[in-house]
Each structure stands twice: as structure tokens, then as C-alpha cells.
Design a protein around this ligand. Structure first.
Ligand SMILES: [Zn+2]
Length: 170
């Protein structure tokens, strides 16, 4: 018996080079702006994107790298470094980023599952190829907005349009 295949995100096995580049750019900007600007709030951007498009491991890796490098900047800045608050800030920043990574990855997983479920359900609907109406349980055709037509069906109106002419001319 085969395992049911789970929805496979397109980019899961790849390395997020673009996001790592973005992280490097953000770290460079942070370095230029110096210790008094709270630029690290933007560190959430590559972390969220990595968690959404890749996986939580990449997101956590990027989060830890950014928080860690930020910590090292203090020595280059000649900032009056007090090791204890700087360490605490780094730990808090890393924890918040990891939390964001986890929540984003979880939301992405839920969205992928729901999207797959909706596609499965839509595939089972009796949808008219011509105008997109669906046939209800009572046999009546109802409009429900735009749905992809996957069944080989025509509602009576579209059948008339499609084949009525052939019946007349043929
Ligand atoms: Zn129709």
C-alpha cells in the first residue's frame, strides 16, 4: 500500500541564495547605520520568506546568523560594550526570530494543505465546461462564481449553444 503523497512545496530542496543575499544586504545596512538605529527589526523579512518558501530550518539558520553577526558588530563599532545586555539583546532577538520562523512555517504548511484539499474537492465537482455553473445534489445547475472546470460536462444551456447548431445543420 502506497503512502499518500503530501503536497510538496516547489523550492523545499533548494538553497535560498536570494534570501541569504538579502540577509547579507540587511546586515551590511545595519552595520553602516550603527548601534543606535534599531534596524534589526527588518531581520524578520528574510526569516519569514525562508520559512514560507523553504523550510523552518533555513529560516532558523538565517535568524541565528543575523542575530549572531549583530552581536559581533559591537566590537567594530567601539560601542561601549556591556557584555551582559548585549548578550541578552542577542538572545531575545534570536528567540523572537525563531518564533516568527516557526509560526510562518506552520501557517505555510496549513495553507498548502488547505489549497490541496480545495483542489481535490473542486476536481470532484460537476462543473460545466462552458459557463462554470455546478450541478447540485438535486440536479439543478447553480452559479457559484468562477471554478475550474475539470469534468467533461455541459449544462443544458451550454449544451444547446454547443450542439444545437450541429443538430440543426446536420
Ligand atoms: Zn454552462
Amino acid at each position: 500500500m502506497t503512502q499518500p503523497t503530501s503536497p510538496s512545496p516547489v523550492k523545499r530542496e533548494r538553497t535560498p541564495w536570494k534570501l541569504m543575499t538579502l540577509a547579507l544586504v540587511l546586515m551590511a545596512v545595519d552595520f553602516v547605520l550603527g548601534p543606535y538605529i534599531q534596524f534589526p527589526v527588518f531581520f524578520v523579512v528574510p526569516v519569514m520568506l525562508a520559512a514560507w518558501h523553504y523550510n523552518v530550518a533555513w529560516a532558523v539558520l538565517i535568524a541565528l546568523a543575523m542575530a549572531g553577526v549583530r552581536f559581533l558588530y559591537h566590537w567594530y563599532w567601539n560601542f561601549p560594550l556591556e557584555v551582559m545586555p548585549a548578550t541578552l539583546n542577542t538572545v531575545m532577538r534570536a528567540l523572537v526570530l525563531i518564533l516568527v520562523a516557526w509560526a510562518t512555517a506552520r501557517t505555510a504548511l496549513l495553507v498548502r494543505r488547505l489549497r490541496k484539499r480545495v483542489e481535490e474537492l473542486e476536481a470532484q465537482l460537476p462543473v460545466c465546461k462552458g459557463c462554470g455553473v455546478i450541478r447540485g445534489e438535486d440536479g439543478a445547475w447553480v452559479e457559484v462564481g468562477s471554478l475550474p472546470a475539470k469534468a467533461s460536462l455541459h449544462c443544458p444551456t451550454c449544451e444547446e449553444k454547443q450542439y444545437g447548431l450541429y443538430h440543426q445543420s446536420g
